[in-house]
Structures are given as structure tokens and as C-alpha cells.
Design a protein around this ligand. Sequence first.
Ligand code: PEP
Ligand code: MN
Length: 296
Amino acid sequence: MAIENKFPGKDITIEDIKTKFPLVAKKNKNHISKFKISGVEFGSSLVPIFAGPNMVESYKLIMDCAKNVKNIGAHFLRGGAFKPLTFPYRSKKYNETRLDGLKWLKEAKKKFDIPVITEVMEEKFLDPVCDVADILQIGSRNMQNFPFLTACAKTGKPIMLKRHYGSSLRDWLGAAEYILYEGNKKVLLCERGVSVPHTHRSTSRFLLDLQVIPAAKEITHLPIISDPSHATFWNPWVSPMTLASVAAGADGIMLEVHPDPKNSAVDPLQPINYKEFKMLVKKMNKIAKAVDRKII
Ligand code: PEP
Ligand code: MN
């Protein structure tokens, strides 16, 4: 049965649902995609957690993070060996670790038996990234790089598509359709904050669009992940916005976790430390229960 509302989204019409993103759209009200990635269920009652540093800074850091986030309850280890950095300048500390970083991620994954999500930025690095990643992360800046989406989709790897901070739900779902169009069905959508005039703090570049979680779920069967770290850009707001995301129906949570946030090579204001992560997971469990979901 088609969705009855004539304009299910602000700029999304019934016609769009039928002709622009038929693969991404729900076929009926109860249509929810359920699949497993490396043994972890998506689209069921579980709300998987992706946790780890912003950047795979060093071997030591990623091994330490893998061990700790796994112990605390993360389902996936996150971390970028390739990073979309806003400015081209680099220092020793502020440099991507690229192929070395991928090697370290692979070792951490094996040693601590935790699957990995990591960003791929260029088609030419798809092979080495696919060699370690259980999920390919397509960053917000590449959301509408259509040939790149197609190339990623063709690998058959599960994909998490981050929403660009200026894109509408319609654009985001259109980008996801490119991936499903290639026959790749394991697609996660990730809200990571949008650009708006009022973010309530001068260092906060984005505002977590919590409302897009239920809005997207009215239209698509794909799981919606929330990334409060990139959205808030501010450690003290990560915990409340994570809990709010779970309450709002998020199907997964991405969190930046670093043993020493102040000294994170990238975005030091936003990561939470292990202790904060542990406390947060406890609270997430309570909220999850209240909305018939679970964290572990
Ligand atoms: C990230 O998750 O490391 C990242 C760069 O995110 P975004 O593309 O949302 O900025
Ligand atoms: Mn980042």
C-alpha cells in the first residue's frame, strides 16, 4: 500500500517515491530493512554502536581504542585512515595515516575481534579500504559524488552514507538510491548535523537534525544512524544528543571516543573518553529499553 500523505516529505511527493527512489522507499508502513553486517543485526531491536577515534592517528592509539571500546560495548570500531580535512595544510600530528592506518586497523580488528567502519574518499583506494572495512563510510562531503557512490556500491560491501550538512532528505535518499540501484542492499544512512544559523555555540558548526530520524523512517526502510559527535562538535553535548537520538528511533549510533580527547589530532573538542563512553552506554541502555530497543 502506498503511503497516503500526498506530500510525505517537505519536498518529497508520492511521484518521487514511485519514480525517483523506488528502491529506497518503503513498500508499506511496516517495511523495515533487516540485515546483518559481520554478525551484527541492523533494523531489529538492537541499536549498534560504532566507536573510536576520529582519525587512526597511530598504531598505539587504535589498538588501545579497539580494546577499550569493545570492552565497553561497541559493536564496531570507527576511525579514518583517510580524512576529509577542511584545509589542505598538514603537520606531523595532523596528517592522515592512509595505508599505514589501514594496516593498523586490520591488526586491531583481528586482535580484538571487532568489525571496522572506515571512510573511503577516493575510488583508487577502494581495494585497500575494502580489505579491512566491514562497512565503507562515505563521508558527507562525498554524498553526491555519484560516480563514486556507484563504484563503492559495486564492491558489494555494506555502506554507510553520511548526509551532507546542506542536503535535503530528498537529496540524501536520491544518493542512497544510486547504491541500491547497483544491487547493494546493505545501506545505512547517517545523520551527522546540518548547517543552520543557530547552533548555540561559536565552535559548533552543525546542528543535529533529530527530526530527520522519524522523517526519514516514514519514507525509507533503511536503518538511520545518528552521529552526535560530528553534529555537536562539543563533548558535553554528545551524551544528551546520543540519548535523544536513541529516543528518537535511531537504528545505530556513531561516537568519537579517544583516550585523551584534548590531544586528539583532529577535532579535539568533540570526542568523549572511555569513562564517559562507559557511562553513556549505561544510560543508552535505559533509554533503549524505554523505546523497546536494546544496546547490547
Ligand atoms: C567522520 O566521521 O570521520 C567524518 C569525517 O564525518 P563527516 O563526513 O560527517 O564530516
Ligand atoms: Mn571527523
